[in-house]
Design a protein around this ligand. Sequence first.
Ligand code: ATP
Length: 367
Amino acid sequence: MNVTLQHLTKRFPNRNKKQGGEVVAVDDFTYEIPDGKLVGLLGPSGCGKSTTLYMICGLQAPTAGKIFFGDKDVTDLPTENRGVGLVFQNYALYPHMTVLQNILFPLENLKGKDRPGKAEMVRRATEAARLVQIEGLLDRKPSEMSGGQQQRVAIARALVKMPSVLLLDEPLSNLDARLRLQTREEIRRIQRETGITTVFVTHDQEEAMSISDEIVVMKEGVVQQTGKPQAVYDDPANLFVAKFLGTPPINLFDGRVEGEWLYLGTDKVLPVPGLSDGSVTVGIRPEGFVPEENGPLCCGLNRLEVMGRDVSFLCTHAGCQTDTFRAIRQSDGTEGTHGNAVRFRLKSAKVLLFDPETGARLRPREA
Ligand code: ATP
């Protein structure tokens, strides 16, 4: 089932009475969540991710705009009639019930012809438990399980009603680092196996990038960019998106364009055909630096971090906006030979230029 958001907007009265006015939590959001895909809604705290999710599931009514599930306008439909499965950060399991009873709960609450017989309920609950691989724990109470197992129960409980859309709000936040990794893979597997259209809210860009078919990057209620994770990483629309995606983050420099060449300090580093003279903000991905004896970017080298497969060069440069920046490349055993300076050639696809005032992307003409 594809989910279409049309000019979706949510305004709240400002809680700070002195400031007055309204908070625009989500501003004119138009987007189609493709059928059967997993979409990551991503952005810093307060950017409107949860509000968007709550509007999709019907827990909050939009101030303006519409929501369609397939061709059906569900904007005014109550949550229980939308066929959505919800999983929140705190799993909210019933502590006095067993795992099986927790998973059965949504089915037992169904009324009339929608309510399956007892045997069918148990079959579906067992099937959901199998999907999330907790079928051996059905007799336990939530307190007798790990955080990761409890979150699986919450996912099984959301799946048992066979929702057409699955909505996950920061489902991994309460798990430790190792479990987060494992559980996110699980969510991906379950989503693939069931083919349920899924929206996954997170502030963790790595998490979103790793499991999403598409990501939506939001800032202050406004969608900044949508697309396949790699495409958004490679070709960010603005400085905010470039900074938000990537670990380690993009390195920022103050640069200038002169005669269609990019300068960082006095280093003439790349041709930038079609760009007019002036200041630019330059973002260079850590993997965009190639150490080369006569490379045009001349940097101080503070130290090297050899981390198994990769080596990081922690460098300084007068044009850099931070004290040091990080260049990463595959380790090849020649790392020790650099002394306290290093020169780099830059991979042009990894060098991104932005308007220093607005953060808008500036694109040189393609060669
Ligand atoms: P987080 O990651 O911290 O949960 P978020 O991206 O999910 O953040 P939302 O919870 O959607 O952000 O909030 C978006 C904006 O709307 C914030 O500025 C928030 O303070 C505001 N907001 C959310 N709910 C309400 C409400 N009920 N009344 C007033 N303002 C609200």
